[in-house]
Ligand binder design. Sequence first.
Ligand SMILES: Cc1ncc(COP(=O)(O)O)c(C=O)c1O
Length: 394
Amino acid sequence: MTYDFDTIIDRIHDPYSFSFKWQSPSYILNDLGIEKWRDDVICLETADMDFKVAPEIIEDLKKLCDHGIFGYSRIPESYYKAVKGWYERRQGWKFSEKDIFIFSGTHEAVAQCVKRYTKPGEGVIVLTPCYGYHMDVEGNGRKYVTVEMINDGNEYFTIDCEALENACADPNNTMIIMCHPHNPTGRVFTHEELVKVAEICRRNGVLIVSDEVHSDILRKGQDFEPMMKVCGPKGLIAATAVNKTFNLAGLAMTNVIICDEELKQRGGNMYSMPTPFGIQAVISAYTKGDAWVDALNEYADGNIDACIDFIHKRLPKAKVLRPEGGYSINVDFSGYGLSDEEVVDKIYAKAGVILNSGLFFDDKRGKQIHRACLSSPRALCLEAFERIAKQFEE
Ligand SMILES: Cc1ncc(COP(=O)(O)O)c(C=O)c1O
């Protein structure tokens, strides 16, 4: 089957859209101090996709709608088999049905890990610049401890093992949240990097929560290795989800994998009751979604190639690096020698393109670097960069 990733779907006006990304650009713009913006904004922020969900999943959800009763739900064996089957087939990672715990979204999963496995006041380490886990950590009265990664000057980030060692040596720091593949840097950590992180953490008694929600979205030629497959289950919890992979974030279905029996005991009661829609979507995605994800990855490669080519030609002073994982790129506009306010004004207010400024991921990253999620029809991604280029060419 061929899949359509090119149709532009109206997520602003459609009454069934309920899109956070497209219907609340003010949440980004107000933060950047912008009071006036174009009505015809193009949103390339929030990491969800503007593609329709795989037809195989939609078909099954229609059948669920036809059933017509959405009462309290029971999770069938086929759910656990589907999750287990996907990771065995796609990542060569084996675990048992009994190791799967369902949470309502990855933030909820991470927040629950923080609450269940650390004490108030303890430190939770995050490798920055990083997707924000502030609410999950600080929202639960724990300390957000940042370990900066090493930037080679061209936005390629590696783990600073010495800094990590120092942070882990502090007995108050009892957990690390690994974001793998890493958002926003686009890194897919290597086998050696994962082994090193696990060694440092285990030696210092730091529990690892590996957030692997981007692990199915990989750039051409990249291999993803699940941290648990590489490092074994001891002291490690992995969060996986259909949310990013299948554009199902609104159904909030996160599967946490815990194979370490002691951690299962310490975690306490992990029962949750997802909706029938969430249950069916996971079963359909993980049993019928392989071809769609492969096609999606191919399309995302094409989007990234097209946008990077465009940037090289039309925004020659901007710097951009091809990611290893995920579908976003970080564009550094500092070569234009403009103030932060001028850069923000051109992109967000004048061009009407909503990205995520560096500030979103690290307060030291400022407003010269902006992340663009290229998970939209190619024409829309290119239109966004066309509008931006016009502003910088003036
Ligand atoms: C690395 C990472 N983890 C978690 C989330 C949030 O996931 P969820 O929607 O499952 O809560 C995001 C969303 O962008 C993310 O990038």
